[in-house]
Design a protein around this ligand. Sequence first.
Ligand SMILES: Cc1cc2nc3c(=O)[nH]c(=O)nc-3n(C[C@H](O)[C@H](O)[C@H](O)COP(=O)(O)OP(=O)(O)OC[C@H]3O[C@@H](n4cnc5c(N)ncnc54)[C@H](O)[C@@H]3O)c2cc1C
Length: 218
Amino acid sequence: MDDQFLFSNNVIGLKEIANEKYCLTFKKQFGYKAGQVVQLTCNRSIEPRLYSLCSGEFDQQMEILFDLKLGGELTPKLVELNPGDRLYVSHPYGQFLRPTPEKMWWIATGTGIAPFRSMMRSGYEADKILHGARLEEQFYFSDEFKTAFGEKYVRCNSSTNEVGDFQGRVTNYIESVKSLPKDIKYYLCGRSMMVVEVRDLLIARGVPFENILSEIFF
Ligand SMILES: Cc1cc2nc3c(=O)[nH]c(=O)nc-3n(C[C@H](O)[C@H](O)[C@H](O)COP(=O)(O)OP(=O)(O)OC[C@H]3O[C@@H](n4cnc5c(N)ncnc54)[C@H](O)[C@@H]3O)c2cc1C
């Protein structure tokens, strides 16, 4: 990416919210829409990576949720950052937006919950939020989602046996729904395997392809 599209920014805070998962906050230089991404790096010699903003449209700071990739080039450097350190951040962009008050489900695993947290904090509604994880600590922002959405927020827990969680993966939850709504939008976000699997399942259950929107973290 051409350096001229990266703007100098500063770290406000870095917090490890679960094992090897971090929230990084930095200065809000531009307005943005929930669901958009930024390109970000902490060193001009390292190619910027894409991150979904997980802060809301009206928040005073920008925030991302990221995974530490052991052996990765950028994230091991990001976890060393301190308040005041320099970042280089692009203008926010992207089309994974929630533009109209249509009915919709949000489906995420892992850090894929980030854009939906942004949508939630921006005041957008969903009819169902499926959040898949294996460990309790991986249900990032779970309390915020429960408060905002109550029973519409379903934690799909594929290993531990927490009371109130659906036992199984997001795909098992979708399979368990007898009449899956077809005329709503399905927003999927996460790693490619999950997104492809959920998309194929929705299509097999009769959801039109054009009703499925996805953001893949690769
Ligand atoms: C639209 C979009 C949105 C995204 N949003 C987020 C987000 O909100 N949060 C988030 O955490 N991530 C997100 N990502 C992923 C993110 O952009 C980066 O891919 C990730 O943070 C890369 O980290 P890194 O630079 O440390 O690892 P990289 O250096 O890119 O390496 C990634 C992995 O590959 C391995 N690897 C690298 N080179 C080799 C090699 N030659 N051979 C074998 N293995 C190798 C590394 O060990 C590491 O585990 C998003 C991606 C996209 C496309």
